[in-house]
Ligand binder design. Structure first.
Ligand code: NAD
Length: 442
């Protein structure tokens, strides 16, 4: 059987050991001869690679492991690249969250002004990664991208590198399906869902099990409990902490207002923004939670492992690792499995622009995703998507043209921001904070 070389860009990510565990669990379907870890922060990555290597060695002595900051070493002759870069790391995420909140606007990693700021940091590094892969990797290499903000990254890649073999994916729809299946008492792979939207901005329109639409039953459950099982321990640990529990509870007020479809949890930031701001701690945001939680505990685990040889954390990341590996197996083996991924619209949703990067069901083949026809979407959802799409497209134009005015238009159009005056204040503060990362906007 063919064996593969795979590189992980952003190897220093807190998710790396868990993703590696998911890869090891699927070695029969995706036999690996080598895993290369690539990051611009070599010191951080080397610690994470200690944990990742320990996981690999539980399964195989023969898989070669390479830890590098050199793109040629990382990508020469690889078959797949997993991209999971956080440009500016958690220090910048903290500012993405706290600067908008200081103006009483949603402060979030991928939604609202924080997402726009993160997008302006990430587009050019993503293009640089694509160029490295183009230069060094096998010609048919696929980049499977988790790097956020995925919607803006997808639009940037579509515009700047339209022929690149990049498949942009997100674990949120799958994580939402995990909760749905726990509520319905079935396995996640028994669900067949219909879904449309942009990334972090979409709706489930049908949730089928054995040919029967179970959305009505979910709607009833959500009206009492939100999108949570009564026993929260059925949710995998990344989404079981307090802020995620709140997020899944917020599906209830949204569905109380608009019961027809089940929203992506991130729509809370656009539909309940003042409620989100009121319930945010402006001094201690999600970035602080992760730095004090997941990040700290990973480095502590590595330190203890180096001292004692015992790996205390088993590093399961649930749907996050499982999903990226599922998609990659389908790409590698041309399985045509059906997954929710980002694709260029091209008529899949006829009443949205052809060049929108939408998130819909697609079959994943060796030549890439083949979307299923969705058809026209209702006016309310179309109007929301059009506004968000305009904000994201203007942001990509702002960065490619170095245009302050377009950036301001992008911020003003974002539904979380109440006026052009507030948009300008937040944009100016973010420009100050992102001097080391953003191109000059004139
Ligand atoms: P992290 O900060 O723990 O790790 C990110 C790593 O990326 C760091 O080691 C950093 O040095 C590295 N990096 C930054 N710029 C780079 C560049 N130009 N080239 C190579 N490496 C670079 O972050 P994390 O919390 O593990 O998240 C990783 C990424 O995955 C983020 O983009 C995050 O938003 C995304 N994510 C996506 C989903 C999804 O479903 N789409 C879910 C979770 C996380």
């Amino acid at each position: 059987m063919k064996t593969y070389k795979l590189a992980i860009a952003g190897g220093g990510s807190t998710y790396t050991p868990g993703i590696v565990r998911s890869l090891m669990d699927r070695l029969e379907d995706l036999p690996l001869e080598e895993i290369r870890f690539y990051d611009i922060d070599g010191e951080r990555q080397s610690k994470v690679v200690v944990a990742a290597t320990a996981v690999i060695r539980e399964y195989s002595d023969s898989i070669k492991v390479l830890d590098t900051t050199d793109p040629e070493t990382a990508f020469t002759d690889v078959d797949f690249v997993f991209a999971q870069m956080r440009v500016g790391k958690y220090a910048m995420r903290e500012l993405d969250e706290k600067i908008p909140l200081s103006h009483d606007v949603v402060g979030q990693e991928t939604c609202g002004p924080g997402g726009l700021a993160y997008g302006l940091r990430t587009i050019f590094p993503m293009v640089e990664l694509i160029d490295f892969v183009e230069q060094y990797a096998k010609k048919d290499c696929w980049i499977v991208n988790y790097s956020n903000p995925a919607s803006i990254v997808a639009e940037g890649v579509r515009k700047l590198r339209p022929d690149a073999r990049v498949l942009n994916i997100c674990d949120m729809p799958v994580a939402t399906m995990r909760n749905m299946s726990a509520i319905l008492g079935v396995e996640r792979d028994e669900l067949k869902v219909d879904y449309f939207g942009l990334n972090h901005f979409g709706w489930f329109t049908r949730v089928e099990v054995d040919g029967v639409d179970r959305l009505p039953e979910l709607r009833k459950h959500v009206s009492e409990h939100g999108l949570l099982t009564e026993d929260v321990s059925k949710i995998d640990y990344r989404h079981a902490d307090a802020s995620w529990i709140k997020t899944f509870k917020n599906i209830k007020p949204i569905m109380d207002f608009f019961p027809d479809y089940l929203p992506n949890p991130y729509l809370q930031y656009y539909l309940l923004p003042e409620y989100i701001v009121e319930n945010s701690n402006k001094e201690y945001t999600r970035a602080n939670e992760v730095m004090d939680g997941r990040e700290k505990s990973l480095f502590e685990t590595v330190r203890k492992y180096e001292e004692t040889g015992v790996l205390e954390d088993a590093f399961h990341v649930g749907v996050h690792g499982i999903f990226i590996v599922d998609v990659t197996v389908s790409l590698a083996q041309n399985l045509g499995e059906r997954h929710l991924v980002m694709v260029e619209n091209n008529g899949t949703i006829p009443n949205l622009p052809a060049d929108a990067m939408i998130e819909v069901p697609a079959s994943i083949t060796s030549d890439g995703p083949v979307p299923e026809y969705v058809g026209e979407i209702p006016y309310f959802h179309k109007a929301m998507i059009d506004q968000q799409l305009a904000s994201e497209k203007l942001l990509v134009e702002a960065i490619t043209e170095g245009s302050y005015e377009k950036a301001l238009q992008a911020f003003t159009l974002n539904k979380t921001i109440p006026s052009a005056i507030v948009a300008k204040k937040i944009l100016d503060d973010l420009i100050e904070a992102n001097q080391a990362y953003w191109p000059t906007l004139n």
